[in-house]
Design a protein around this ligand. Structure first.
Ligand SMILES: N[C@@H](CCC(=O)N[C@@H](CS)C(=O)NCC(=O)O)C(=O)O
Length: 243
């Protein structure tokens, strides 16, 4: 019997990397919502799959029925690339280059932009003094801008990070998709702007962004083009089941 993979998901840049990759690769999956705003990442059954209490995580089954557990979005992207044979070149030199850009995102753009988001968010909490957060916001924004510059140079003579569209593009794209909040605009990064727009038009990317999101009533609801998602991608139970 074939099982769909289970994606432990919350709609953040790291979660969206995997929903986009699964849609791009046409792999069957179902969403297991993990509401990180309500502590879902601390539940023992989730920690057993993702010991670092972070989404995303993925469960798959090998041919002999053994469960395959993966956490860390970069590791999941590489696994899906190996499994599907798509968006992850088999040629060693090309694969090393894709890996380099995936690790660049995992070690640089993701953590730096994540910290920037955090400090922007807390500086906007009403009873906080925004001046207390001016230095970390300056520091992380400067570093994020530097990383955008690196990406912009890489995209100067090619349409995608490693020439052909790959998991390296997906890894960085969901973070760059937050550019408005992080750096206000892409005016200084024309190549990144063109790349961002090119990828945003991909139907699978739109589907991957449109899956279930937490609703204000504590349940989950469909967003955007979610009707295009297969039934198997709905949270278990009903359209409003809690994670
Ligand atoms: N390096 C990890 C980072 C994962 C991560 O930071 N996930 C966030 C959401 S984007 C999370 O689960 N946060 C829960 C928490 O902070 O408790 C990856 O890429 O998978």
């Amino acid at each position: 019997m074939t099982h769909a993979m289970q994606l432990y998901y919350f709609p953040t840049p790291n979660g969206r990397k995997i929903s986009i990759a699964l849609e791009e690769m046409g792999l069957p999956y179902e969403i297991v919502p993990v509401n990180i705003l309500e502590g879902g990442q601390q539940r023992p059954e989730f920690l057993e799959i993702s010991p670092n209490n972070r989404i995303p995580a993925l469960v798959d089954w090998s041919a002999d029925g053994t469960r395959i557990k993966i956490f860390e979005s970069g590791a999941i992207l590489q696994y899906l690339g190996r499994k599907s044979g798509l968006l992850y070149p088999a040629d060693e030199a090309a694969r090393c280059w894709v890996d380099s850009w995936v690790f660049w995102q995992m070690a640089g753009l993701g953590p730096m932009a994540g910290q920037l988001s955090w400090f922007i968010r807390v500086s906007n909490i009403p009873d906080r003094d925004a001046r207390d957060y001016a230095y970390p916001i300056h520091r992380y924004r400067k570093e994020v801008r530097r990383l955008y510059g690196v990406l912009d140079r890489q995209l100067a003579r090619r349409s995608y990070v490693c020439d052909d569209f790959s998991i390296a593009d997906i890894a960085s794209w969901t973070w760059v998709d937050q550019y408005q909040q992080h750096i206000g605009g892409l005016g200084d990064f024309a190549n990144v702007a063109n790349w961002h727009a090119r990828i945003a038009e991909r139907p699978a990317v739109r589907r991957g962004l449109s899956i279930w999101t937490p609703a204000s009533d504590g349940g989950w609801s469909a967003a955007g083009d979610a009707a295009q998602i297969a039934d198997g991608a709905k949270p278990k139970g009903s359209s409003s089941s809690r994670p």
